[in-house]
Design a protein around this ligand. Structure first.
Ligand code: MF3
Ligand code: CO
Length: 252
C-alpha cells in the first residue's frame, strides 16, 4: 500500500475521531489509581469509546481481545487487560487506545505513574514524551520521514535509554496501520518526503535498559528482555503547510 494524502473532508473526520479519542484518554487518566485492575481500565475505555459514537479499533484486530492495551512496568505495549492484574503504587502503566469514527481511525498512547513513582521512572516517562515532541519538530512538509525518527532516537539515546526497534509508528486513516512505517531510531536512509495531508501515528517506545523486547506466551504482550521499565507515548499527527497538528492533543 502507498502513503495516503487525506482530503479536506477526510481531515475533518480524522480531527473528530482524534478529538473523541482524546476525551477517552483524558478520562482514563483520572481512573489510574492503586487498586484498579487493568480490565477495569479496558471496560471503562470501551464503554466510553462506544458512548461517544466510536468503535474500538483494537478489539479483534488480528485477534487482540480488548479495546485498550494496558502495559505495566516492563511490558512495553499490547498488554492484555486482566481482572487479576491490579495496579500497585509505584507502577508505571501505558494505555494505548484507538477508535474508528465514521470510518476514520485514531490512535494514541500515554504512560502514567500509579500513585507515587520513583524519580527514575518519572524521568523515563518524561523523556519518552519529550522524544515525541523532539520528533515532531521535524514533522513538516518538505522534510523527510527519517528526520523524525532520527530526532526521537537520538534524544532518547542521549539519556542512555533503549529505543525499541521491533515496533514502529505508522500512517493512519481508513486503516489503523497504513504506510509509511515510522521507526523511532536513527536511520541511514531519508525515508519519504513529508507532504500536507499525511496523517501519522508517531509512537516512541523507550526502555530504561536495553532495547531488545520479546513476546509473552499470550502472543501479544511485548516485554523488555532485560525486564527494565518501558514507556510509550503516541499521538496521531497531521502534516500541514506549516506546523504539524497533533490531532489527539488539542483539548488541554
Ligand atoms: N498503537 C498500537 C499500534 O499502533 C495499537 C495496536 S494494538 C492492537 O499499533 F491490538 F490493535 F494490535
Ligand atoms: Co499506533
Amino acid at each position: 500500500m502507498s502513503v495516503t494524502i487525506k482530503s479536506a473532508r477526510e481531515i475533518e473526520l480524522m480531527r473528530e475521531s482524534c478529538r473523541l479519542l482524546e476525551i477517552v484518554h483524558n478520562e482514563l487518566a483520572d481512573i489510574i489509581k492503586p487498586g484498579i485492575s487493568t480490565l477495569d481500565i479496558d471496560r471503562y475505555g470501551e464503554k466510553r469509546i462506544r458512548s461517544l459514537g466510536g468503535i474500538p479499533n483494537f478489539k479483534n484486530y488480528n485477534g487482540y481481545p480488548a479495546s485498550i492495551c494496558v502495559s505495566v512496568n516492563d511490558e512495553v505495549v499490547h498488554g492484555i487487560p486482566n481482572k487479576h492484574r491490579i495496579l500497585q503504587e509505584g507502577d508505571i502503566v501505558s494505555l494505548d487506545a484507538g477508535l474508528i469514527y465514521k470510518g476514520y481511525h485514531s490512535d494514541a498512547a500515554r504512560t502514567y505513574g500509579v500513585g507515587q513513582v520513583s524519580p527514575e521512572a518519572q524521568k523515563l516517562m518524561d523523556v519518552t514524551k519529550q522524544s515525541f515532541f523532539e520528533g515532531i519538530k521535524f514533522a513538516k512538509a518538505g522534510n523527510h520521514l527519517h528526520d523524525i525518527s532520527n530526532a526521537i532516537g537520538n534524544y532518547a539515546q542521549s539519556f542512555g535509554y533503549g529505543v525499541v526497534r521491533d515496533l514502529v509508528g505508522h500512517g493512519i486513516g481508513t486503516s489503523l496501520h497504513e504506510d509509511p512505517q515510522i521507526p523511532n531510531f536513527p536511520q541511514r536512509s531519508k525515508g519519504i518526503r513529508l507532504q500536507p495531508g499525511m496523517t501519522l501515528a508517531i509512537e516512541p517506545m523507550i526502555t530504561m535498559g536495553r532495547p531488545e523486547v520479546c513476546w509473552l506466551d499470550d502472543d501479544w504482550t511485548v516485554v523488555t528482555e532485560d525486564e527494565s521499565l518501558a514507556a510509550h507515548y503516541e499521538n496521531t499527527v497531521l502534516i500541514t503547510d506549516g506546523e504539524p497538528e497533533i490531532l489527539t492533543l488539542t483539548l488541554k
